[in-house]
Write a protein that binds this ligand. Structure first.
Ligand code: TMP
Ligand code: ASP
Length: 254
């Protein structure tokens, strides 16, 4: 790992001071955790795949007008990003019942929801990232009501776009988690998408076989995590050397 000044170390990533003021370097580790780090393993190659997949998704989102912290990829494990003030919320969007929603409400995993559901979790590892309501967010001033509206609008737009992107390569986007940050410009700020979008932060099921292509492979001890992430990258057309026709871009499935 590089010798730059470390700003923050999370479970799966490290942030270093960037080359210019207002920038940071986001380093993707191979560390894989679940259940608030009660389960931990280092899985060779995971960080490289998440760096590439997240770069691809953030770039596509920028292209449709979603502002993000992403500037450019620096190398296999690092991205140059804009320094933002992280909103202390995890924004989860769900299309199909799975994971904690199934446990909390006694639903059947795999049951499609009548419409996309947006949930907010307060980012606090010591508390286990509790589910919170819009009123909690307002009362404790984690974000203003106007910001919550903007988070919702961005989250639903990202969901529509990613659902289509993944559907085109034979993958169902079950649910995913987003983080946002405030990008300051003098007195003003705007909300931008931050962190990462990768199989670590999404549930991705093969459309036909329902095979899990995400971090549930680790959570549920299914094995084959790197193969699954590689398959996601390959289908998106971003897995170096394995695209049979040598082209880049999503691999369409019939
Ligand atoms: P959940 O069903 O465990 O609440 O997870 C919902 C989605 O959010 C799932 O795609 C995994 C993702 N997620 C994270 O990225 N980080 C987390 O800390 C948690 C709990 C979930
Ligand atoms: N919260 C993350 C997850 O399960 C990682 C962790 O909890 O350690 O997706």
């Amino acid at each position: 790992m590089s010798k730059r000044r470390k700003i923050y170390e999370g479970k799966a990533k490290v942030l270093f001071e960037g080359p210019e003021p207002g920038t940071l370097v986001q380093y993707f580790k191979d560390d894989t955790t679940a259940f608030n780090a009660q389960k931990h393993e280092v899985i060779d190659g995971k960080g490289v795949l998440n760096n590439r997949i997240s770069e691809y998704i953030f770039t596509r989102l920028e292209e449709i007008g979603i502002p993000t912290h992403f500037i450019r990829t620096l190398n296999m494990r690092e991205q140059l990003i804009r320094e933002v003030e992280i909103v202390p919320l995890e924004v989860v969007v769900r299309n199909v019942a799975a994971g904690s929603l199934v446990k909390r409400l006694g639903l059947t995993s795999g049951e499609p929801l009548p419409r996309p559901l947006v949930e907010f979790y307060y980012k606090d590892d010591a508390l286990g990232d509790p589910l919170v309501t819009e009123d909690h967010i307002s009362v404790f001033n984690w974000a203003t009501p106007a910001e919550v509206d903007e988070l919702m609008a961005h989250a639903l737009r990202i969901n529509d776009f990613l659902t289509g992107l993944f559907y085109g390569v034979g993958i169902r986007l079950i649910d995913f988690k987003l983080e946002f940050g405030r990008l300051w410009d003098g007195e003003n700020h705007r909300l931008v998408l931050a962190d990462e979008i990768s199989p670590d932060s999404c549930r991705l099921w093969d459309t036909k076989s329902l095979e899990k292509l995400d971090k549930d492979r680790f959570r549920e001890d299914l094995g084959g995590l790197v193969d699954a992430y590689q398959e996601v990258a390959r289908r998106l057309g971003i897995f170096n050397g394995k695209n049979t026709d040598g082209k880049t871009g999503p691999v369409l499935v019939s």
